[in-house]
Design a protein around this ligand. Structure first.
Ligand code: SF4
Ligand code: SF4
Length: 387
């Protein structure tokens, strides 16, 4: 395993962090994966209050003698804080779930606007953090971010943060905080942790044939995931890259790559491959949904990420295949989740880190996917399947 040093406190952190949002539900498998990762050098685990089962599952495994071998990162959801007492209420639940007495890297979750932080300041967050740091319950304080570039700079500058977590991958080099944000945070001495390195898997599975061809014809054989990770680790400003691993194979493969990848090792030929891939993908991906699920649940039953995923697949895999998926995944079920159920209430949009105009995009999805034959076909299939 390769490590990078946190410039703020000299922690030696594995360049591969275990993102806990997509944990497998199989407890035995999960334990095996976590222990294997730790035994092979992974020492950074990232979870959040809003991933309740993941905090509990991580805590259960770490309690078997592994707590002191890793750094735990978890997060406070600012939208659940209404008064000062709520800080402790949430934090104590997290300590309980994680079976620990302290959090190494504590983040304010999804600060997309400096006003989110300012509201917490009004509620007393500065005193709260001071107390938690003095009594050793929080070691480092940071924030996670999904907004635009300008706001990122404001947030970096608004407080003496000790680290931050941003979305970064080769398709988002100039989106959200982007490369300029990464460099700005690093120039301020912040360790920068990276999430969504594979854009929720979209940079790996169901890619257009042309993209696989680019990787296959490369001078060295690497999987799309390996290329994607190596691109990020090539940046010296990056400290830890989180990977939402949920299979043993994935854990082993990512550890192998993380034991080889170094900063500043890419050649002109490597960069050229990414230019080719980006050009192909930019043309195909219509809605930049990462499948994070923050917009869910929709009170009217729309499965927003699935609707978007099927719509994007239309461009990548072809209309028939995507329509088949759409009807199976959103419509031929006892409680349908299709796009036209959207009443345009707007509730979901407040939670989308990608700032997707969800209502407009769902309307595009329903126009494309729910044409005149959708209802009769749905009726016939449901009847056939006795649903
Ligand atoms: S805008 Fe549509 S998709 Fe979003 S929460 Fe409201 S009904 Fe659901
Ligand atoms: S629409 Fe936004 S919040 Fe919902 S899953 Fe996609 S990226 Fe996440």
């Amino acid at each position: 395993m390769n490590y990078r040093v946190n410039p703020k406190n000299n922690d030696k952190l594995s360049i591969l962090g275990f993102g806990c949002m997509r944990f497998t539900k199989d407890e035995k498998e999960l334990e095996k994966q976590i222990i294997y990762a730790i035994e092979n050098g992974v020492n950074y685990f990232d979870t959040a209050y809003i991933y309740p089962n993941s905090e509990v599952a991580l805590g259960r495994v770490l309690a078997k003698g592994y707590r002191d071998r890793v750094k735990i990162a978890t997060k406070m959801p600012p939208y659940l804080i209404k008064k000062y007492e709520d800080f402790d209420k949430i934090f104590n639940v997290e300590l309980g779930r994680l079976q620990t007495t302290y959090i190494d890297y504590y983040l304010i979750h999804m600060v997309t606007d400096v006003n989110i932080w300012n509201r917490l300041v009004e509620l007393g967050v500065l005193d709260w953090i001071k107390e938690k740091k003095e009594n050793g319950q929080i070691i480092n304080i940071g924030f996670s971010y999904h907004g635009g570039k300008d706001e990122f700079i404001k947030i970096v500058d608004v407080y003496e943060w000790e680290f931050c977590l941003i979305q970064y991958n080769y398709l988002d080099e100039n989106k959200q905080a982007g490369k300029s944000g990464l460099q700005y945070a690093a120039s301020k001495g912040l360790p920068v942790m990276i999430m969504e390195p594979l854009r929720g898997g979209k940079l790996v599975t169901n890619l257009p044939k042309e993209v696989y061809k680019v990787w296959e014809n490369a001078y060295v054989k690497r999987s799309p995931a390996e290329w994607s990770f190596r691109w990020i680790w090539n940046h010296p400003e990056v400290t830890v890259v989180l990977s939402g691993m949920n299979s043993q194979e994935m854990v082993e493969e990512n550890i192998r790559v993380a034991s080889q990848a170094e900063a500043n090792t890419f050649t002109e030929d490597d960069f050229e491959l990414f230019t080719q891939v980006r050009t192909i993908l930019d043309e195909k991906i219509k809605i930049p949904c990462t499948g994070c699920n923050y917009c869910m649940p929709c009170p009217h039953g729309v499965d927003i990420p699935t609707c978007f995923s099927c719509y994007n697949d239309r461009e990548i895999e072809g209309k028939m295949s995507a329509f088949g998926k759409y009807i199976m995944q959103t419509s031929i079920i006892s409680k349908p989740h299709n796009a036209s159920l959207c009443t345009k209430c707007g509730l979901c949009e407040k939670h989308c880190p990608q700032n997707i105009a969800i209502r407009d995009e769902l309307s595009n999805v329903s126009k494309a996917m729910e044409k005149f034959y959708y209802k009769p076909l749905k009726f016939l299939i449901k009847k056939f399947m006795r649903l």
